[in-house]
Ligand binder design. Structure first.
Ligand code: ARG
Length: 720
């Protein structure tokens, strides 16, 4: 194992070829050149302080938070900082109309007041091992077309086998599109409690209007604490549990940032596709992104209409709405930036260079022609798949109904073992309670009407579930009329047993498939699901299998072509570090954006009573009195709310610590800028910026607005 690691270091640690600040580097494989570059940019820490397998290092202060964010330990007693939008679901789940922490904020004034968050966990990275040879051995005789399916099975098997029951969890991740495999061991803590959150009018100030944009005036943070058993082990919630004893935690700098200053970000970026081909970019721009954006826009409209009417519905739908809205705006912006930066031409050039290099190497013959053919074969069906997943299944009712197919299959198949059936029933029961709790019928009814209509109007006639639409036409009216879809949706919601606890209990206790098959919501969902499974799923499987095999080959070639250069693998929710500087930028002709923004800007945007731009009276009072305490930025003579850096990050990095040259916390990464929304596919060295909450704004809110001195007292603050 060790030897492989050394070889890798040699392979990935020669000279730096990437543009400045591009790169989400694997923490244990920071090459000499990259490290030297970090030092040149200002870093004062040793490599061992950045990452060490045996000694405490920075990596021990960073956790994977929930399913897809990052958080950092900031005190000896396991206090965590992350983004407000990362804690959002937990804050909403802890809220009621009477105790509305989403609206009013929450501050635990003692550990006793901290709120248990069922389902929330954090994971520490314990170790990393290279298992490439082992995986390759298992893949040796597998045909290219079977590679992707086989690989999933192998990685799952290896992960399960290596998970040893001691609280450690193992996941094997694929790098460079299946050309390298690393095994990560994590330790998961499942008792994580809410300690503090600002009111939403601070934590989500600017809402979706300002999301993915600079300048940005959002106080996007929330505070949690990890607990462990009295014996010091990970443990599920118990009142006997004690605060986590941190191996490593980040001290906090009160000094503030300057343009050009060093900034380093640790975290768990979820995914990038920097070696996407021209064909992939084209499919995204032409079909996938616009389909998703149009369908989400309609779903959001239906949800918003109910949320503004009723605070209880607002709490119920807030988290789901925010998640849908976040990537609705992202994918719209992504398409616009891909076009504006002419990424297809950029990728085309890279492909031409590759072809020139690959000339005379038979392995790569026709590679791009084959990729092109793979996309051509799938393209006619791509829209239908998006309309199924983002449209039909985007209705919570129809989405839940679709999930019952596995129960139906288990019950209907004579080959099912009793254990299997029991498992399927238990799963359906759990999903039902979750669904019922989150279901808002008023908005969902409009969503069903809308998506069934959009599938009819936007998808090629020969790809629709025709029998279903014939039934609709017969029973509910003319397909050209909106009222037809409304009538139909009304009937679905009146008749289905999936919204009626008694009927559901009756069905599930008898496990009666006849009742399920007769249910109008289930029938509707199945009309679309079966239509896809029977006619198009095979094309999709073929598309992903071929695409995987060709892309694996493409990356194999790139690794060979760039041998001796130091470069990073695509993000895949494994721990990465990125380095750069605090930096202003120019988004367009004649415009220059400063690197910081302040409370003065909050006041400029402030609009009393507005859904997105309201602000708490207490904040206004603090601003008017200039009551900024030790958190003031002397140069700006104001509180700095956020700043921007050149770091390369993406979704999943949310909540990530922004760390200065000395290893102190200066901010929390929470967003990327609009001008570089094409960043998952192509990094733009000029325009790319990470938007970071200034940690002094966080402290100011905790202290002056929340009055939670207990939290401040736990931290190590540095003024030097
Ligand atoms: N764009 C941010 C991210 O993906 C999330 C911001 C959440 N805010 C919102 N208005 N939806 O990390």
């Amino acid at each position: 194992m060790k030897k492989i690691a050394i070889i890798l270091l040699v392979v990935f640690a020669a000279n730096v070829s990437v543009k400045a600040d591009e790169g989400m580097w694997l923490v244990h494989l920071i090459g000499e050149k990259t490290y030297a570059n970090m030092v040149k940019r200002g870093l004062k820490l040793t490599k061992e302080q950045l990452y060490s397998m045996n000694k405490n290092s920075l990596k021990d202060a960073i956790v994977l938070f929930g399913g897809g964010c990052t958080a950092e330990v900031v005190s000896k007693e396991g206090l965590l900082f992350t983004n407000h939008h990362c804690g959002y679901g937990n804050i909403a789940a802890s809220s009621t109309v009477e105790h509305n922490y989403l609206k009013d904020g929450f501050w635990a004034k003692s550990k006793k007041e901290e709120i248990v968050c069922p389902g929330l966990s954090v994971q520490f990275l314990v170790k990393i091992e290279d298992v490439t040879d082992m995986v390759n051995l298992k893949l040796k005789d597998v045909k290219p077309a079977d590679l992707s399916a086989k690989l999933i099975a192998i990685l799952t098997e290896m992960s399960t086998k290596a998970t040893d029951g001691s609280g450690n969890e193992v996941r094997v991740s694929s790098f460079f599109k299946g050309n390298q495999f690393l095994q990560f061991t994590y330790q998961r803590y499942t008792d994580v409690r809410l300690v503090g959150a600002p009111p939403e009018s601070i934590g989500k100030f600017g809402g979706d209007t300002d999301n993915w944009e600079w300048p940005r005036h959002t106080g996007d943070f929330s505070i949690f604490r990890i607990y462990m058993s009295p014996e010091g082990k990970p443990a599920d919630y118990s009142d006997k549990n004690v605060p986590f004893l941190a191996k490593s935690f980040l001290p906090i700098s009160l000094k503030g940032v300057n343009d050009g200053e060093y900034a380093m970000i640790y975290g768990y970026p979820g995914g990038t596709n920097r070696y996407e081909t021209t064909y992939g970019v084209k499919l995204k721009i032409d079909i996938d992104n616009p389909s998703l954006v149009n369908l989400r826009a309609e779903r959001l409209k239906a949800m918003y209409a109910e949320m503004v009417k009723d605070p209880a519905v607002k709490i119920q739908l807030a988290s789901s709405y925010a998640g849908i809205a976040n990537y609705w705006k992202f994918f719209d912006g992504e398409s616009k930036q891909l076009l504006k930066h002419n990424v297809i031409a950029q990728k085309g050039k890279e492909e031409k260079a590759f072809e020139a290099w690959a000339k005379g190497k038979p392995e790569y013959d026709n590679l791009f022609a084959n990729i092109g053919a793979t996309y051509d074969a799938w393209r006619p069906y791509a829209k239908g798949r998006m309309y199924l997943n983002e449209g039909i299944k985007g209705s919570p009712l129809l989405g839940f109904a679709s999930s019952l197919k596995s129960l139906d299959d288990a019950l209907s198949s004579p080959a099912s073992a009793p254990e299997e059936i029991k498992k399927a029933v238990a799963m359906a029961k759990t999903n039902f309670s979750a669904f019922l709790k989150s279901e808002n019928t008023a908005s969902d009814r409009n969503i069903v009407a809308m998506v069934v209509k959009m599938f009819f109007t936007d998808i090629a006639a020969d790809q629709r579930p025709q029998a279903f639409y014939n039934m609709m036409q017969k029973g509910y009216g003319d397909m050209a009329m909106d009222a037809t879809y409304q009538n139909f949706a009304k009937a679905v919601f009146e008749k289905t047993m999936l919204l009626d606890e008694n009927k559901w209990d009756n069905f599930i206790s008898k496990s009666d498939t006849a009742a399920l098959h007769a249910d109008l919501a289930y029938k509707t969902a199945m009309a679309f699901v079966t239509n896809f499974n029977a006619n198009y799923a095979k094309f999709y499987t073929q598309f992903t299998a071929n695409n995987f095999a060709y892309n694996k080959l493409y990356l194999k070639g790139i690794l060979e072509m760039k041998k001796g250069q130091e470069f990073y693998p695509d993000a895949n929710q494994t721990m990465r570090v990125s380095y750069g500087n605090v930096k202003s930028y120019s988004p367009r002709d004649a415009v220059k954006y400063r690197e910081i923004c302040t409370l003065n800007g909050v006041m400029e945007k402030y609009s009393p009573g507005d859904y997105e731009f309201d602000a708490p009276a207490k904040l206004i009072e603090l601003v008017n009195n200039k009551d900024f305490g030790q958190y003031i930025d002397k140069k700006a003579n104001d509180i700095v709310v956020s700043f921007i850096t050149t770091n390369d990050i993406t979704g999943g990095n949310s909540g990530s610590p922004v760390i200065n040259s000395k290893g102190e916390l200066i901010g929390l990464a929470f967003d990327g800028n609009y001008e570089a929304l094409s960043h998952k596919i192509a990094f733009d060295g000029e325009l790319n910026r990470t938007i970071c909450l200034d940690v002094r704004y966080l402290l100011f809110i905790v202290d002056k607005l929340g009055g939670a001195k207990n939290i401040i007292d736990e931290l190590v603050l540095s003024k030097q």
